[in-house]
Structure formats: structure tokens, C-alpha cells
Design a protein around this ligand. Structure first.
Ligand code: SAM
Length: 200
């Protein structure tokens, strides 16, 4: 990952979403991207050139574009038509993004399109977030990593965020994933946590 002083940047062509440029690289703002927030608030997983990524909840491709700047290929899954239009535009300008319009709860829909990946990134903000991640972990290589962005209020508004956090960690561990890091994304994203797991 490239830092210029305290600023995280990614090495790619700018103008994707009016992001700032610094030293010829794209500023990756932690207030706009939970993955950038993880690199600021915690450790995360180093993105490297030979990495293949399955990205669930691609939205309009803002974070996807930064991940693609660092990695070999990004399979970007999104099910809503409006953000998908923007994602297609981002993918048109970057050869290593494969946009897939599909429901992340049904990985069998896109299994024929996706190779085994080194990193599974999930940011779908759904009540069954852990279950979706576990179902998609079939695409992860042994030794590969999952980064789950947990929006605690989406899982259960009646429960305390800390309780939702603990329950999610238990579910991931029970599914055989090794939790490597878990961190709240304050002050960048309220009631959001990032969980990093390794597939043994
Ligand atoms: N990751 C994006 C970023 O950093 O730029 C933001 C993602 S936004 C919080 C969540 C996205 O997940 C929305 O675009 C939503 O349409 C999508 N989504 C929610 N449930 C989904 C599902 N089951 N399958 C595919 N996409 C889903």
C-alpha cells in the first residue's frame, strides 16, 4: 500500500469520482471508503499485484476502483441496477474489473464466472452478512483472506452494536475461519466494524 505521509493513495488514473490526486496518485479517503478506513484504523490485508479479489456489494465502484489499482483482477458483484450503471462505466476504464450483476446470497449464479480468489471483500450491509460471507468463502483459496465490513444496525437494530459484533465473530469462527483482526471504524464510519479472517 502506498502512503504519502498520512495519506493513503492508490496508483491509477484519476477522475473516477472526483477524487483528489496527490503525487500523481489517487487519494483514497477513509471517510468515503470503509476499506480505506480499515487501513487507517487497523491493519487490513496488504493489496498486491498478483492478487485476485471477489468484491461483494460493489455499488458504484468507488472502492472497487482503488482495489483494482493495486491488484490483478476484481470480480465485482452488485445487484442494484442504478449503481451497476456507474460500475460498468468504471469497469470500462479499467481492464481488470469484471462487473457481475448478481445477488451475493446466491453465489451459484456467478460461480461459473469467478476464479479462486486470494481476497473476499464483503460490504453488502444485509441482516445475514456473516452467512453471505461464509457462503462465498467457497471461492477463497486456502490461506486466503476475508474482509467483512459489518454494519451492525443492518444486522439487528434492537441489539447493541457490540453484541452484533461478538455474534458475528462467533459465526465466522464456527464456520472454520480464523479471525485475524476485528476493529471498529470510528471515527470514519459510525457503527461499522471490519473483521479480517483467514481461511486455514
Ligand atoms: N462497497 C461500496 C464502496 O465502498 O464503494 C459501498 C457498498 S454499499 C454500503 C452496499 C452495496 O451492496 C449497495 O450498492 C447494495 O445494492 C449492494 N447489495 C446489498 N445486498 C446485496 C446482495 N445481496 N447482492 C449484491 N449486492 C448487494
Amino acid at each position: 500500500m502506498r502512503w504519502i505521509g498520512e495519506v493513503l493513495v492508490s496508483p491509477g488514473e484519476g477522475g473516477v469520482y472526483n477524487e483528489r490526486m496527490l503525487g500523481g496518485a489517487r487519494v483514497w479517503d477513509p471517510f468515503r471508503s470503509k476499506l480505506s478506513a480499515l487501513y487507517h484504523a487497523g491493519t487490513g490485508i496488504e493489496l498486491v499485484k498478483d492478487m485476485r479479489v471477489l468484491y461483494l456489494g460493489a455499488a458504484n465502484g468507488t472502492t472497487v476502483s482503488h482495489v483494482a489499482d493495486y491488484t490483478e483482477s476484481v470480480y465485482a458483484v452488485e445487484f442494484a441496477p442504478r449503481p451497476m450503471q456507474d460500475l460498468l462505466e468504471v469497469a470500462r476504464r479499467r481492464e481488470n474489473i469484471v462487473p457481475i450483476m448478481a445477488d451475493a446470497t446466491r453465489p451459484e449464479q456467478y460461480a461459473p464466472l469467478v476464479e479462486a480468489v486470494d481476497l473476499l471483500y464483503q460490504d453488502v450491509a444485509q441482516p445475514d452478512q456473516a452467512a453471505i460471507a461464509i457462503r462465498n468463502s467457497v471461492f477463497l483459496k486456502k490461506g486466503g483472506h476475508l474482509i467483512l465490513m459489518l454494519k451492525t444496525r443492518s444486522v439487528d437494530v434492537r441489539k447493541e452494536p457490540a453484541e452484533v459484533f461478538r455474534d458475528t465473530l462467533d459465526l465466522l469462527s464456527a464456520a472454520g475461519l480464523t479471525v485475524q483482526e476485528s476493529v471498529w471504524l470510528e471515527p470514519y464510519h459510525h457503527d461499522h466494524a471490519a473483521i479480517v479472517c483467514r481461511k486455514p
